[in-house]
Ligand binder design. Structure first.
Ligand code: 13P
Length: 346
């Protein structure tokens, strides 16, 4: 295994510092437009995407609960309306800028129902450029769907191999890799099946990371929580999700990994926070248990904002509240003002 560079190891630890977690604001243009469309009067465009990110990144006090923000290629090059580049704005608040470097999940040759994430070609040079632009960590997301007898072994292994190639390149280029193998919640599978597929996937990922010499001390794992499929009639309790998820991770994830930063995966913000809180209440794990949420931090404030300047302050208050609640969940606690403030929307 490669010796981790001190800097990237320190960055990995800073990203999972007590009481803080990561904002995933790295939606591709297509995905961001899909989120903006239902709330805006006009069709979304580059400036609407920029304005939404500016609202998030200028939220005062967010740096108390947010350690890092993952950006998309377009976003890392954008600025506030008054001309401050986003990476600089974030860094001033003590929020570490990160960057999504995969180029998306594409149909897997020979098994087109499944996907393999692309983006390795030219990645060494892109990492160097992103580092220059201020990024200090990166993200690559693999998606594994559960449908009948799928995923195939091949789908799991090719995605694991690509995740490890990406992680090794990031560490070489001075970025902390967030390794994200997401087993999707969509479908009618049971909690048991989710645990089984998550374990198989993580075993393959850690085997590939070891084969390719990735320093575990200088990376973060971003997995799904173990949840029953969203269409499964039998949904698990918060306690069951927490204990299954920790059992699954405990069997597979080496203690050398400094932190696990969960994705929210389409859960409501309340559910994602409750699960994170319950896991931290169980405690006794070798890794920090934190968050790297997209929708669970953004969906509610986005619905408040609706593209209207008059709603910006309420939307920022909503985002800050969610960041605070998840920060408190890291210690197994409720935020003291956990009850959502009623927000005035014009
Ligand atoms: P969600 O929390 O909305 O799942 O997004 C996290 C993420 O970064 C997915 O890649």
């Amino acid at each position: 295994m490669n010796a981790p560079g001190t800097n990237i190891q320190e960055t990995a630890l800073a990203l999972v510092a007590d009481g803080k977690g990561i904002l995933a604001a790295d939606e591709s243009n297509g995905t961001m437009d899909k989120r903006l469309e239902p709330v805006l009067d006009d069709p979304p465009n580059e400036d609407a995407r920029r304005a939404w990110r500016e609202l998030l990144f200028t939220t005062e006090g967010a740096g108390t609960h947010i350690s890092g923000a993952i950006l998309y290629d377009e976003t890392i090059r954008q600025s506030t309306a008054d001309g401050t580049l986003f990476p600089e704005l974030l860094a001033r608040q003590g929020i570490i800028p990160g960057i999504k470097v995969d180029t998306g999940a594409k149909p897997l040759a020979g098994s087109p129902e499944e996907k393999v994430t692309e983006g390795l070609d030219g990645l060494r040079d892109r990492i160097a450029e992103y580092h220059e632009l201020g990024a200090r960590f990166a993200k690559w997301r693999a998606v594994i769907a559960i449908v009948d007898e799928l995923p195939s072994r091949n789908c799991i292994d090719v995605n694991a191999h690509a995740l490890a190639r990406y992680a090794a390149l990031c560490q070489e280029g001075g970025l902390v890799p967030i390794v994200e193998p997401e087993v999707l919640t969509a479908g009618s599978h049971t909690l048991e099946r989710s645990e089984e597929v998550t374990a198989l996937t993580l075993r393959s990922v850690f085997s590939a990371l070891a084969d390719q010499g990735v320093a575990l001390e200088a990376m973060l794992l971003k997995p799904n929580m173990v949840l029953a499929g969203s269409d499964c009639p039998e949904q698990a309790s918060v306690e069951d999700v927490a204990s299954r998820t920790l059992r699954c991770l405990g069997r597979v994830v080496p203690a050398a990994v400094p932190g696990i930063v969960f994705l929210s995966g389409g859960q409501s913000d309340e559910a994602a926070t409750a699960h994170l809180r319950a896991m931290n209440q169980i405690g006794g794990q070798p890794w920090e248990l934190s968050f790297s949420f997209g929708r669970a931090l953004q969906a509610t404030p986005l619905a408040t904002w609706r593209g209207q300047e008059a709603n910006a302050a309420s939307a920022q208050a909503g985002y800050l509240q969610l960041a605070k609640s998840n920060g408190a969940a890291r210690a197994g606690r409720f935020s003291p003002d956990n009850e959502r403030e009623p927000v005035a929307v014009s």
